[in-house]
Design a binder for this molecule. Structure first.
Ligand SMILES: [Zn+2]
Length: 217
């Protein structure tokens, strides 16, 4: 007889024979901002429900240049469908990523809108990454994966951001009159830097060479 596993499903008889109503107690389950209760859908194939979640992101995540900051606001439109194996989640996530331009290091904000679909299985199964835990699902790992995958690895403040002056480190966008340098394929930029160092520094080194010579003589 399988009397222990079902929780929150009304009366059952305890060891002393007395009948009592079991409350839907949240036992070792820790509610987190991305968890959604699904007790009303479990094992009811064909049932569907929609949820809206407004979450303050508990912990920042992203890549080196851009990500979702701690406490950033995130909105989720979630559709839950009860299937035979578990709960199918379809979610739309909207938020704003913050970070810095990969060329000029200016602060940038990037609206993020991403969707994902994931099945939360009723039982642990290799075929599925996620399971219903007690009578909840935790969307956080799926949300993180979907959002991180959507973030650019080279975010820019604008598509034609000229970046930083390789010599002075100043933002070239602040000096529109400065003669733009030849745009170099980034794969060659190291070589270009090498070349310009050679040609630009010749004057300096000649001077210092002659100074050295003067000192020596
Ligand atoms: Zn920029």
């Amino acid at each position: 007889m399988e009397a222990t596993a079902r929780r929150g499903s009304g009366a059952r008889t305890s060891a002393d024979g007395a009948s009592h109503v079991e409350l839907p107690v949240v036992s070792n389950f820790t509610p987190a901002p991305f968890t959604v209760p699904v007790y009303d859908l479990m094992h009811r194939s064909g049932e569907m429900r929609e949820h809206e979640l407004d979450v303050a992101v508990p912990e920042s995540f992203g890549n080196a240049l851009i990500g979702i900051a701690e406490h950033a606001k995130m909105h989720l439109d979630v559709r839950l469908e009860a299937l035979h194996d578990g709960i199918l989640v379809s979610a739309d996530v909207t938020t704003v990523a913050t970070g810095e331009c990969g060329r000029c290091l200016d602060a940038i904000e990037l609206p993020v809108e991403v969707e994902f679909q994931e099945l939360f299985a009723y039982s642990v199964d290799e075929a599925f990454d996620y399971t219903v835990v007690e009578d909840h699902i935790d969307l956080e790992p799926s949300v993180r994966d979907a959002v991180v995958l959507s973030l650019p690895f080279q975010p820019v403040c604008r598509p034609d951001c000229p970046g930083l002056d390789p010599e002075t480190g100043e933002r070239l966008a602040d000096f529109p009159d400065r003669k733009p340098k030849e745009i170099v394929d980034p794969r060659w930029s190291a070589l270009a830097g090498f070349q310009s160092t050679e040609s630009d520094v010749v004057g300096e080194s000649e001077k210092s060479d002659s100074a050295e010579r003067e000192k020596r003589s």
